[in-house]
Every structure is written in structure tokens, then in C-alpha cells.
Design a protein around this ligand. Structure first.
Ligand code: NCD
Length: 309
């Protein structure tokens, strides 16, 4: 079975490797539920270098290494670091490489994590690079689908929202295609998934997604999963255009009543207006559980990388 050295893009994985990670995450999940203390990262240190804002990704990584008996330091804005004095990204990575055993990096520039992995000796995990990839989010998304629905390859997943700029949906789209799942891409005109990526998965995995513009049962045939993302306003040249599109989709209890009761609604969070808070109390809403699964999945990755399993 392939050993993992860094976690940069889902393109670097295959279904076997993903299944290995998810199975390991399942063991971590069981240990957490049993309140069993773990020491897989005892004496090890992780840096979280976040050049872009984050709540869940950074805190769940920090929770994960602490749950494994390790420790962590980092930043979530370059305020107060030498980046403000003009230090380059590469030098910041080189410095952290001297201090810690593993680095998690998030950066607005696509390809930044790949560059960090080239420079650093220690393992590097991509916590999101611009609009490109968010592989650890994808792993926890797959863990969630497996937890609620079992066989990923048999699901029909609708990816909904700003698919042009969403890195979580790009990563997940690729991974679901690897599994051969049925996929419907639902986005307002102008915010479609990149045609190059659609072409790539078609060639690689012989998967052709359905396209839809409305959250309508006539356009999305019997979905098992709604995966919703916000309009990625920070990646728009014109913020007013982003504001206009924010009203495009809203998941409400009334809307859900038009679909199967067994549908689950996922969201990587943060949520803005695209899911009515009235949905939170419904059994379909799994997005907070999904965020919680970030901890066992990241524990599994840290253990596999640090201990070269
Ligand atoms: C996502 C991200 O940063 O891409 N958040 C996350 O990591 N859970 C989604 C988003 O910001 O919309």
C-alpha cells in the first residue's frame, strides 16, 4: 500500500490510499468516542502556517495533534510575523521546517502548498491553496458520506454553489469521480466548475457529471447528498457581483420537502445565507457533524505522516 509523504492534492491519491486513510480515521473516531488517550504524536510538534483566515481547518488540526499527545504553534494571519517585513513564503517555510515535525499550510496562491512540500524536509499538508485544492476537507467529506451512506461509489452527489472558485468542491469533485459516483454540478451561470477539470475527470475516470442551474427535482434526479458551498466572495474581482449571486440558492425546509427524506445536506462551513438556519434542526442537516469528523480524519493523517505508516 502506498505510503503518504505529503498531502497536497487529491490527484496524488487513489481509491486504495483514500480508503486506507478513512479506515484509519474510523479507528481514531472510535478511540475518541471511547475517550481513549492516544500518544501517536507524543513529543512531536506541528506548525499551522495560515496565510488566509480559517476556523475549522486550523482548530481541528490543532485539536487533532493535541489529541494524539503532540503540540502545535502557528499563525492565522501574517500580522505580527516577519512576512510583514517582506520575508518570502519560501523562507517562512524553511524556518518552520527547522522547528517542527510537520507543517500545515494555507495560502491564497494556487500551488503554494506544492512549493512548500518541495522546500521542506518534514511532511507538508495543504490546508487550502487559493481556489485550487483542499484535500483534507475532501477526506473528511468522504468520511462523512461513508458514515451516513456507506458505499461512496453508489451515491448521487449534487455539488451546489460557487463551483468556479470553490476549492472544496474542486477537490471533492475529483475524488467522487475516482469512486465513480454520480455527480450533478449545480451552479448559477458564470460560476460553473472549470471545464478543464470536467474534461480531466472524463478522461481519467470516464465520468461525465450532470449539469443543473436550479435546485429542482426535475433537474437533479433523486440525489443522496447535497453538498453546498458559499459564494467565495474573496475570490471575486467585483464584490458587488458576488453580493448579487449570494441570493442564487438557499436550502430551506420547504425546498428539502421536495426531495427524498434520506437526503443528507453537507457544507464545509462557514455558512453565510445558503442554508436557512431552520434546516439545522432537521435530520438531513449533517454539516456540524461533518465539521466534527475533521478531527479524527486529521488525526489519521498526522499519524500516517509522522509515523510513516
Ligand atoms: C472552506 C475553505 O476554506 O475552502 N472552509 C473550510 O475549510 N471548511 C470553505 C469556504 O471557505 O467556503
Amino acid at each position: 500500500m502506498t505510503k503518504i509523504n505529503d498531502v497536497i492534492s487529491v490527484r496524488d491519491f487513489n481509491v486504495d490510499t483514500i480508503e486506507k486513510i478513512l479506515n484509519h480515521a474510523n479507528k481514531m473516531h472510535e478511540a475518541l468516542n471511547a475517550k481513549k488517550p492516544l500518544e501517536n504524536a507524543k513529543g512531536r510538534l506541528m506548525a499551522t502556517l495560515f496565510f488566509e483566515p480559517s476556523t475549522r481547518t486550523r482548530y481541528s488540526f490543532e485539536t487533532a495533534i493535541k489529541r494524539l499527545g503532540g503540540d502545535t504553534w502557528g499563525f492565522s494571519s501574517t500580522e505580527g510575523t516577519s512576512v510583514k517585513k517582506g520575508e518570502s513564503f519560501i523562507d517562512t517555510i524553511r524556518m518552520a521546517d527547522q522547528y517542527v515535525d510537520i507543517i500545515v499550510v494555507r495560502h491564497p496562491r494556487e500551488g503554494a502548498a506544492r512549493l512548500a512540500a518541495k522546500v521542506a524536509e518534514v511532511p507538508v499538508i495543504n490546508g487550502g491553496d487559493g481556489g485550487n485544492q483542499h484535500p483534507t476537507q475532501t477526506l473528511l467529506d468522504l468520511f462523512t458520506i461513508k458514515h451516513y451512506k456507506n458505499d461512496i461509489s453508489k451515491q448521487h452527489v449534487a455539488l451546489i454553489g460557487d463551483l468556479k472558485h470553490g476549492r472544496t468542491t474542486r477537490s471533492l469533485f475529483y475524488a467522487l469521480s475516482m469512486y465513480g459516483a454520480e455527480i450533478t454540478l449545480v451552479s448559477p451561470p458564470g460560476l460553473q466548475m472549470s471545464p478543464e477539470l470536467v474534461e480531466e475527470v472524463k478522461e481519467q475516470f470516464d465520468v461525465t457529471p450532470n449539469m443543473a442551474t436550479e435546485l429542482d427535482p426535475n433537474q437533479i434526479d433523486d440525489p443522496d447528498v447535497f453538498y453546498v458551498i458559499r459564494i467565495q466572495v474573496e475570490r471575486f474581482a467585483d464584490p458587488l457581483e458576488a453580493k448579487r449571486l449570494e441570493a442564487a440558492y438557499r436550502i430551506t425546509p420547504e425546498l428539502l420537502s421536495r426531495f427524498s427524506k434520506n437526503l443528507i445536506v453537507m457544507h464545509p462551513l462557514p455558512r453565510v445565507n445558503e442554508i436557512d438556519p431552520a434546516v439545522d434542526a432537521l435530520p438531513q442537516a449533517v454539516y456540524f457533524k461533518q465539521a466534527g469528523f475533521g478531527v479524527p480524519v486529521r488525526m489519521a493523517l498526522i499519524d500516517l505522516l509522522l509515523n510513516k505508516k
